[in-house]
Design a binder for this molecule. Structure first.
Ligand code: GUN
Length: 281
């Protein structure tokens, strides 16, 4: 049976350490979250972010904008937050309503305040190993959890399922920077199980419930589940068939309680880092 990689427990340790650091700071880190519209999952994510930030002693402001917010209104808010000296970190919650194109707004965020690391400057710096101001929270959380459990990344055959800008692409860059051999698979990949069976480390980030079954996984592989979706009863489910895959994997993350809490912890870490960085200028 696989050992569980307990992201919930580890994230609590990380948050406790951040809280201690923040207690010693005169200027508290401040996070601005922008939520446009009524996406139910986003409402929950944003409330959790706000609550965690406050528990750590951060200043947390959430800007809730209506579904039919115009492009100009959203632009104005971002530009104002860029100029606001009391805002260290800006998070634009995705997805946006259909009439707003995410990349247009991501590119407006000051890269020094881009807590998600989604701005092209930060993505480009990640690609070129040249000190991004922030790195995307979920991929950063994946690497941190693997390290906590002493998983050898260097030289490992690593397969990432998913090529999103939020997870798959930045995660593949982080793994490469750690000298892994990286394969990125996606919805058009042929013979997916054949490819995933070669993985020493298999990471799934598709949001397709139960995609990864026992036959996808090499005996002794490390399996990380980044997927979050809900079943017919509203219960949170990952990409991985946990019960059966646990029988072949050596280490596995649960859903919930794996990568989800690590993502929030990394958001808080990024906010603190941007705040310390911004204080220097
Ligand atoms: N929506 C789901 N996850 C995320 C995230 O990490 N950042 C942002 N901005 N939106 C999200």
């Amino acid at each position: 049976m696989a050992q569980i990689m307990d992201g919930k427990a580890y994230s609590k340790e990380i948050l406790a350490q951040i809280k201690l650091k923040v207690e010693k700071l005169q200027k508290k880190p401040s996070l601005a979250v922008i939520l446009v519209g009524n996406d139910p999952a986003s409402q929950i994510y944003v409330s959790n972010k706000e609550k965690t930030a406050r528990e750590l002693g951060f200043i947390s402001k959430t800007y809730r904008l209506k579904e039919n917010t115009s492009s100009n209104e959203l632009k104005d808010l971002i530009l104002n937050l860029n100029l606001d000296e009391d805002t260290d970190a800006i998070l634009l919650q995705l997805p946006l309503p259909k009439h707003l194109i995410p990349q247009e707004f991501i590119e407006l965020i000051d890269p020094k305040k881009d807590v998600d690391g989604f701005h092209p400057i930060n993505c480009g710096r990640l690609l070129t190993n040249s000190s991004p101001y922030a790195v995307s929270c979920t991929p950063k959380g994946v690497i941190k959890l693997l390290k906590k459990y002493n998983v050898e990344i260097q030289g490992a055959n690593t397969v990432v399922i998913g090529r999103s800008n939020m997870v798959g692409k930045p995660l593949s860059q982080l793994l490469l920077a750690q000298n892994a051999t990286v394969t990125v698979a996606h919805s058009k990949t042929k013979n997916l199980p054949e490819i995933t069976q070669k993985a020493d480390i298999l990471i799934s980030a598709t949001g397709i419930k139960g995609l990864v079954t026992r036959d996808f996984v090499k005996s002794g592989a490390v399996v990380v589940d980044v997927g979050i979706s809900r079943d017919e009863n509203g219960k949170i489910k990952g990409d991985v068939e946990f019960e059966e895959v646990s029988k072949v994997a050596s280490l596995i993350t649960p859903v919930p309680g794996g990568i989800g809490p690590m993502t929030i912890a990394m958001l808080m870490e990024n906010t603190l880092e941007l705040s310390l960085n911004n204080a220097k200028f």
